[in-house]
Design a protein around this ligand. Sequence first.
Ligand code: COA
Length: 260
Amino acid sequence: MTTELVQLSHKGPIATIVLNRADKLNALNAEMLTALEAYADELDRNQDVRVVLLAGTGRAFCVGADIFEWSDLSPLEMGRRWIRDGHRIFARYARLPQPVIAVLNGYTFGGGLELALAADLRLAAEEVQLSFPEVKLGIIPGWGGTQRLAQLVGPSRAKQMIFTGESLSAEQAEKWGLVNEVVPADQLAARALELAESIAANGPVAVQMTKQLIDAAMPASGDNGTVLETLAGSLAAYTADAQEGVSAFRQRRQPQFSGR
Ligand code: COA
């Protein structure tokens, strides 16, 4: 993989993927999605890898989809390409045989939170903020967020987060079961490695089977939901409100929504 924007490295049985676009707070563009998919293919086949860490550089884990990329797509491209690509690629991580741990160092917003939700465990630094800010742009979380968040924290809390777009502190997220553990920032990398090593020391087949069994016990795999999310995401992105939301973000001002 040639891009510098997503990097894969190995330390014994632990693979680490790092989102490396710090100047844009690791906002996900098409190049990064392609790299993430290629790495998922590689990891899926690599029996030597027992645990995967997903991390970000700089001030953010990831602030979500790159607004400047998707906002220029047509509604059909939005649904056929952007939304379905995200669904497919994030599902690749959710379905990797190995456990995946998202290591949240900073802002975990929108598609960044959706990627973290596709992981099996989430570890967060104390100052991390998590949010689904999409409604502030007049759009919806379209990469599995409406489905995976509700499964993890229940519909009522998911609705609160998604309807308000407000940030949750790491501490609150831990209380809600959205993150597994919160640690001081300077201990994040060491704790992530410790957790990964503890899992990697166990029988890999047993660990991988339990991952599949627990996932199989979850309510409906979400396929119906992701189909609806694709349609709703394409529609929402082309409302007058979404045009206004994106213009406001570009111009760094508050949006004036009209409900159209
Ligand atoms: N897509 C594309 N670029 C983004 C981005 C996104 N989702 N989020 C941030 N960036 C870019 C900014 O445009 C800025 O680039 P610039 O320096 O070239 O102008 C850079 O990342 C830093 O962001 P900035 O907004 O200046 O940092 P901040 O510390 O003031 O604010 C946030 C941080 C996370 C509060 C703010 O960036 C934000 O609200 N981002 C949008 C999050 C979002 O709506 N995600 C869902 C997208 S569908």
